[in-house]
Write a protein that binds this ligand. Structure first.
Ligand code: AN7
Length: 377
């Protein structure tokens, strides 16, 4: 499929840096090319300190960043002749896998945790024709079983342990540098299974012409990044944020019973543990955690002050940026980018439950509506 100037997805846009050839049949929904939006309505103190931009990944075709990895993983699976894909998921991976499988004419199997999945994500997987298996366990249980299926059934795993996922996801870092004309000083990102922070580090490193010490490269272990002139001369410090009840990177070890309102990142045994630590160490970054109350307050702030409705897990990147600017860990004058990984519409229940009083019952009469307007101006 050739673009002829019309945007047809991230593989087409960055094909020289991705593991495809001219013959590859690309499975795409025109994902990527998401906006980088500067926050405008922060309190004066914070606003004076830094420029903060959000990469709104909720505007991908299935409403999350997972589409970047899925276009690459399903394209590869199809080129290898796979007939079916499988993943464990807290929700977004399943929604994306189901969509790209439908696009490719493949079967998809998804394992989701018992309860604790946002309604929108479940709806997506179901209507897009996935075989949805709700297991009596959490994401980590699902991940263990999916890995066992690699040898037990004819299915290709499309969780981020599939290196093609990270190759697709690294393009978000390219887009940020392309949009800013330089690398940010700090990049803030939610961490669950830890694939995305690893992919961003790969992307930022590749664009700076530096091979990361621990590379997440699907198709070679050579110095291929040096085939390109660098696009920028620095890499950001990588800051990974977790929910307090699901924070293995803060604990320094795996967590058995992860809990958080941010169900997307309710993960205790991240698969990309080593890659994420490498990204953090190499970049001089850190991990931190935030409570559910802090996560929800930031989600509400972004929606009500900036018009940016992201899901709870995504808001943690901005919670982290604001806290680290306030404490001085991120110095004044920095350019800070935050990934908003998923759209708020994914999880309407959580949004509604924290907006109590947001709906006023009014009689179907002009006077009553006028009174309500004047009382609420
Ligand atoms: C909105 O869908 O793991 O650290 O199974 O949906 O790369 O895992 C989702 C993860 C952040 C964490 N924000 O990214 C899944 C799944 C949102 C997410 C993350 C997820 P990783």
């Amino acid at each position: 499929m050739s673009s002829g100037g019309h945007y047809v997805g991230l593989i087409d846009r960055y094909r020289a840096r991705l593991p495809v050839t001219d013959e590859t049949r690309i499975v795409s929904l025109s994902e990527g090319n998401t906006p980088l939006i500067e926050l405008q309505n922060l309190s004066n103190d914070v606003a004076r300190e830094c420029q903060i931009y959000v990469k709104f990944e909720g505007l991908n075709p299935t409403g999350s960043f997972k589409d970047r990895g899925m276009t690459m993983a399903v394209t590869q699976a199809l080129s290898e002749g796979a007939e079916a894909i499988i993943c464990a998921s807290t929700g977004n991976t399943s929604a994306s896998a189901a969509a790209y499988a439908a696009r490719a004419g493949m079967r998809s199997f998804v394992l989701i945790p018992d309860g604790k999945i946002a309604l929108g994500k479940l709806a997506q997987a179901m209507i897009q024709g996935a075989v949805v298996m709700q297991i009596q366990g959490n994401f980590d249980d699902g991940m263990r079983i999916v890995k066992e299926m690699a040898h037990a059934a004819p299915v290709t795993i499309v969780n981020s342990i599939n290196p093609y996922r990270l190759q697709g996801q690294k393009t978000a870092a390219f887009e940020i540098v392309d949009a800013l004309g330089r690398a940010p000083d700090y990049h803030c990102i939610p961490v669950g299974n830890a694939g995305n922070i690893s992919a961003y580090w790969t992307g930022f490193s590749e664009y700076a012409g530096v091979k990361p010490a621990t590379a997440a490269c699907a198709y070679c272990d050579t110095d291929c990044v040096f085939d390109f002139a660098p696009e920028c001369d620095s890499r950001p410090v990588m800051l990974g944020y977790q929910a307090a009840g699901s924070a293995p990177f803060i604990a320094g070890s795996m967590v058995d019973d992860p809990e958080t309102v941010a169900t997307a990142i309710r993960i205790g045994r991240p698969q990309s543990w080593d890659l994420a630590w490498a990204a953090s160490r190499e970049s001089g970054g850190w991990f931190d955690s935030f409570t559910d109350a802090e996560i929800l307050a930031t989600q509400k702030f972004l929606a009500s002050s900036e018009g940016l409705f992201c899901e709870p897990a995504s808001a943690i990147s901005v919670a982290g940026a604001l806290a680290d600017i306030a404490s001085g860990k991120i110095p004044a004058g920095s350019i800070v980018t935050c990934t908003l990984t998923g759209h708020g519409l994914k999880d309407p229940d959580t949004a509604i439950s924290q907006s109590a009083g947001g709906v006023i019952k009014v009689a179907a009469e002009s006077d009553a509506v006028k009174r309500a307007i004047l009382e609420n101006l």
